[in-house]
Design a binder for this molecule. Structure first.
Ligand SMILES: [Zn+2]
Length: 420
């Protein structure tokens, strides 16, 4: 027997709707009608329809989180090597482990584990950078989450490909296979400016332009990376990307811990997006990205968990809270990154970074029904004086009761619908 939520057309009413639209509109005692994958109506008051009505008294309805940078299959390396600097962690632990254990079947299993963790913590869309991307996409589509991804390109042989040419062949095939899929959006993904030659970067650019893809990489994660690229190219990683014509408003960049003032100016004028990954940056001792300053300069800052090997989870609720607290602490200013701005980073800013704010990131008529139903009648969220404060500072992921993606129920009352 299908629940009311599983019907194609349904109306959630008596809810507090946190829209996250540009005016930060909150609708108390409102209703939201879903038709197929779309939000057909969203208003204050009671609906006229009497069919498939779902009473959401005591519930908050809000947009699903957008995790704008992760490596989903790396759930298989959760806890494999901790308390080490990035270079040693990567070169002596992660890369050797990947050479041994990263295969299509392990990637599928680890992806399923990651998808389950993401839905339990409220992520409805994620941007992934890893290998065997076709397997990641197949698992994601079957599970019912929204993903932006492609084969991660770098210039040395790995289990997924032996040459850069083969990497591009996989990436082009991925775009052709998935370009019209409702849940999977192909992107152009390369690891970093220090692991790809200039020719490789230019081919990534060509692929992105040919298929109108958004483009993503890791940039200025550590001081070491900035020094290395500056010594090799005579300029910082963002300046190098800009020289190649790749720093644009279709470009979202993980980390950005070490952007100098000129780099920040480039990001602001070009409209390039920052994906802040505070847990990973702290755990690897990379530093703390000054994102309050970036936001002040008009740079769009999204939020990501990074992979499980450096976090060690995919929980956007934790990430959002940490992001807000860090900026207050390091700047000795509690007014920085207020709760609703932190929530915007985790939702609409993420959608903007992925070039998907026309369909996701906020609850608005005509957008896709990607949403969370939050139970406020629990120990963690009572009492509520301010909805944004309750979501960012009080809520934990166990308060997320139900998750819909593209109008379909992926988790209902914490019961995952598509687990296998
Ligand atoms: Zn990463």
């Amino acid at each position: 027997m299908k629940s009311m939520l599983q019907q194609t057309v349904k109306t959630l009413y008596n809810a507090t709707i946190i829209t996250m639209n540009d005016g930060f509109e909150v609708i108390e005692k409102g209703y939201l009608t879903i038709e197929g994958n779309t939000i057909a109506a969203l208003k204050k008051g009671f609906p006229e329809t009497k069919t498939n009505l779902i009473d959401c008294s005591g519930k908050i309805i809000m947009p699903g989180f957008v995790n704008a940078h992760t490596h989903l299959p790396m759930t298989m390396y959760r806890g494999i090597a901790d308390d080490l600097p990035l270079k040693e962690w990567l070169e002596e632990h992660i890369w050797p482990a990947e050479a041994k254990h990263t295969h299509e079947e392990s990637v599928r299993k680890a992806t399923r584990l990651g998808l389950e963790e993401m839905v339990r913590t409220g992520t409805t869309t994620f941007a992934d950078m890893y290998f065997f991307a076709d397997a990641v996409a197949e698992e994601t589509a079957a599970f019912g989450l929204r993903g932006v991804m492609n084969e991660g390109i770098l210039d040395f042989p790995i289990n997924s490909y032996k040459t850069t040419r083969e990497a591009f062949e996989k990436a082009y095939a991925f775009v052709e296979k998935w370009k019209n899929h409702p849940l999977i959006t192909p992107a152009a993904i390369f690891h970093a400016t220090y692991t790809c030659s200039k020719d490789t970067l230019l081919e990534v650019k060509k692929m992105a332009e040919e298929y109108d893809l958004n483009l993503s990489t890791h940039i200025s994660e550590t001081q070491h990376e900035v020094d290395l690229v500056t010594s090799q190219q005579g300029m910082t990683p963002p300046a190098y990307l800009h020289e190649l014509g790749m720093l644009t408003n279709k470009n979202f960049n993980a980390h950005c811990v070490w952007l100098n003032p000129a780099d920040q100016e480039l990001f602001a004028t070009k409209g390039a997006h920052v994906v802040h990954c505070p847990s990973s940056n702290l755990k690897l001792g990379s530093g703390i990205a000054p994102v309050a300053a970036y936001l002040k300069k008009g740079i769009n800052v999204a939020l990501g968990t990074d992979g499980c090997a450096s976090n060690n989870n995919l929980d956007m609720v934790e990430e959002m809270r940490l992001a807000a607290l860090l900026q207050k602490g390091v700047n000795h200013d509690p007014t920085l990154l207020p709760a609703r701005e932190a929530l915007k980073m985790a939702t609409l800013n993420g959608a903007k970074a992925l070039g998907m704010d026309n369909i996701i990131g906020s609850l608005e008529t005509g957008k896709r029904a990607d949403l969370l139903i939050i139970d406020t009648d629990n120990t963690f969220m009572q009492p509520i004086y301010d909805y944004y404060s309750a979501i960012v500072y009080s809520m934990n992921s166990s308060c997320i009761e139900t998750v819909l993606v593209d109008g379909k129920v992926v988790m209902e009352n914490r019961d995952i619908q598509n687990s296998n």
